[in-house]
Design a protein around this ligand. Structure first.
Ligand SMILES: NC(=O)c1ccc[n+]([C@@H]2O[C@H](COP(=O)([O-])OP(=O)(O)OC[C@H]3O[C@@H](n4cnc5c(N)ncnc54)[C@H](OP(=O)(O)O)[C@@H]3O)[C@@H](O)[C@H]2O)c1
Length: 248
């Protein structure tokens, strides 16, 4: 229960990495605002919040919304502060991936990629910088592809790369004791990856990890916990958690 008395916002908390992070933070006693994007996942998110509240005795609340909108980000933080009195930790999972040659990419695809990966991150970071409690910590999910030289992921790399540099700037600009860091998983065993990749490339990714497998969400959750709990001296960093897939 090392997060007892803490309050955490987790975006994209209804599935995959966000959901596993929510469960782990609840196990440690943190109050939770669980965010989900689509209206159809709200019930699922509410059920998770109820289950975690009953099992771990935490307080929880759910916010559903499109975080590319400024209003939604303001409401997200306002709801957490109204419910818990403060926010200590803010974990942002919002993301979208596209594997496509740049020369074939439409302007609409470009705009969607930057809205979801970069604009939503900017709005989340700005609210975090203004609303988090002292000794707070922000973790932004980026990608180990930021250390790769490869084809196909130009917009994903460009959009997530911007998140890293916003974090770095904030870590220097803040006058408060808030740390801003990124965590960059390797190719992770979720539908997010499989939508873009074929079997041959997934098999190749496995050969590039020391353990000979994809990154699992369970590999990343302890790193997020470490950053917010014991990693406070570290700020403006990007932790590449890919088992050797990429590094810098
Ligand atoms: N899986 C990988 O290989 C991998 C590797 C490295 C880094 N990452 C990063 O890790 C994070 C979590 O990924 P994951 O694999 O766990 O997949 P995921 O569950 O699909 O995570 C992405 C989340 O972003 C949400 N989202 C998309 N558009 C949104 C919007 N406009 N407003 C609010 N939320 C929005 C999605 O909700 P909906 O689906 O309901 O729209 C989803 O909850 C992402 O940031 C991803 O870039 C993933």
């Amino acid at each position: 229960m090392s997060f007892k008395g803490k309050a955490t916002i987790i975006t994209g908390a209804n599935k995959n990495l966000g959901k596993k992070t929510a469960i782990a933070f609840a196990q440690e006693g943190s109050d939770l605002l669980l965010h989900c994007h689509s209206a159809k996942s709200k019930t699922e998110c509410e059920q998770l919040a109820d289950e975690l509240t009953k099992r771990y005795g935490i307080r929880s609340t759910v916010y559903q919304g499109d975080l590319t909108e400024e209003k939604a980000n303001k409401e997200l933080f306002a709801q957490a502060i109204q419910k818990f009195g403060k926010v200590d930790y803010a974990i942002n999972n919002v993301g979208m991936v596209l594997r496509k040659p740049l020369a074939e990419t439409s302007l609409d695809e470009y705009n969607t990629m930057f809205n979801i990966n970069t604009k939503a991150a900017f709005l989340f970071l700005r609210e975090s910088a203004n609303k988090l409690a002292d000794n707070g910590s922000v973790v932004m999910l980026t990608t180990s592809l930021l250390a790769a030289y490869c084809d196909g992921y130009s917009l994903y790399q460009a959009a997530k790369g911007s998140v890293e540099y916003m974090c770095k700037a904030l870590s220097k600009e803040t006058k408060r004791r808030i740390s801003f860091n990124c965590v960059s998983p390797g190719p992770m065993d979720t539908p997010f990856l499989y939508g873009q990749e074929n079997d041959q490339r997934v098999a190749f990714f496995k050969t590039q990890a020391a353990a000979g497998r994809l990154t699992e969400v369970e590999d990343i959750v302890p790193i997020i916990k470490f950053v917010v709990k014991d990693g406070h001296w570290m700020t403006g960093q990007n932790l590449f958690a890919s088992n050797g897939f990429t590094a810098r």
